[in-house]
Structures are given as structure tokens and as C-alpha cells.
Write a protein that binds this ligand. Sequence first.
Ligand code: 1GP
Length: 238
Amino acid sequence: MNGLWFSGWRHVFKLDPDRELSDETLDRICTSGTDAVIVGGSSGVTFENIVDLMARIRRYEVNCALEVSTLDGAVPGFDGYFIPLVLNTNRAEWITGWQTEGLKEYGSFVPWEETAAQGYIILNAEATAAKLTEAQTELTEEELIAHIRMADRLMRLPVIYLEYSGRFGDMQLVKRARTAIAHAQLFYGGGIDNAEKARQAAEAAHTVVVGNIIYNDLDAALSTVAAVHEVAGGMYTR
Ligand code: 1GP
């Protein structure tokens, strides 16, 4: 893989700082055997609710990263930081605009060794992130592959994130996207609500992100950990 701090991650739970999570649920998530917990969300994210959630996760040994998606959401104390760049939007502020604003303010404090850009390609028009960023979600396969090559070959982004948040995506398309990648680590997220979907996603992408189901059916969410690890054990050597 790429030798970066997240390169071994196959299964990730994504927790939304704007949603309630009991101590018991958090305990089961953090001790589930997942490779990491990512804190991130598309709305209602504040410095305070990120700090609160981070402090609770920090009681556990699990890797914990923050997806920084707002200017005041850069909270110190995580193991790693992801900076999303939305690639399939015409709104420049979501590609490099807000990110540059953030660097104007916090650029001297960024822990660069533990910070990585994510090239987001949002493919579900109903996702909050798609609406917020006015993402062009209806991509043909040819257009998707062009975005992949832009991210992977030209921009050399370490992560490409195919985001279907809220809906299970087209795994054949995800697989074809993966085969077009030479360097980046492919994250897939969206609509994984059982072990079978987790298994399919693990066969298609390098890293599988499970979010919403944590809040609706914890046992189903927990079942995705073993499903991904069964598929992913030694599958990718790059
Ligand atoms: C959201 O990709 C993640 O950013 C996971 O999606 O919430 O649909 O599981 P779900």
C-alpha cells in the first residue's frame, strides 16, 4: 500500500459529532476490532461537539482521525487528519477554496506527517454533502475514470473517496474505479447496513467506511467489521 499512517485500514467507522451516541454504543464501536474511527459530518459540526466526541473516543486504543470539513472544526489531538477536496463540483470553494482559507489561519500548526487530502467524488445526489457542494453526481463511467485519473495521476492525492453516503453504490463501478488507480487508496462509503454489503464493498475498494447504520442497528454495524476483514486479509499488496 502507500506506507502512510492509514494504509492498513480496511474497515472504518465514521461517527458524526452532531449525533447522539450512548457510552455503551461507543464502547462497542471502539472495541469492535475496526481499524479506525473517523470523526466527520456534513452538517452541525462544531469545535465543541468534535472535542466532546474525541475525548470520549480517546479512552480507547482505536486509531482516531478527523475529517476537517469546516474552518472552525480543526481540533488538535487526533491521530490523523483528512482534508476533503470535492472533485466533482464546479464550486471552486469546495475543491481548494475553504481549504486554502483554513491554511491561511492554521497552516503553521498542521501536523503534515499525519495529514492527508482526500479526493472526494460524491455519487449520491441525495447525500447532504452532494447538496451542500453542488456535486455533479451523475457521472458516466468514462467521466468517473477521468476524475480518478485526475486525482490519482495528476494531483497524486493519497486517498480517493467514492462517497454514496445514504445509498449503497454500484460495486462494479467501484471495482472499475479501483483498477484505474495506480497510487491512491480507494475509500468507499455509503449504505452499508449488513455484512453482505460490507463484504461486497471490501471486494471493490481498499477501505470500507460504515456510518449511518451505527445509529440505527448497532449489531448490523458491528457485523461489518469481520465481513470486511475476512475479505480484505492480504487481498491488496500495493
Ligand atoms: C458517510 O461514507 C460514509 O460519509 C458512510 O456512509 O452513512 O451511508 O454508511 P453511510
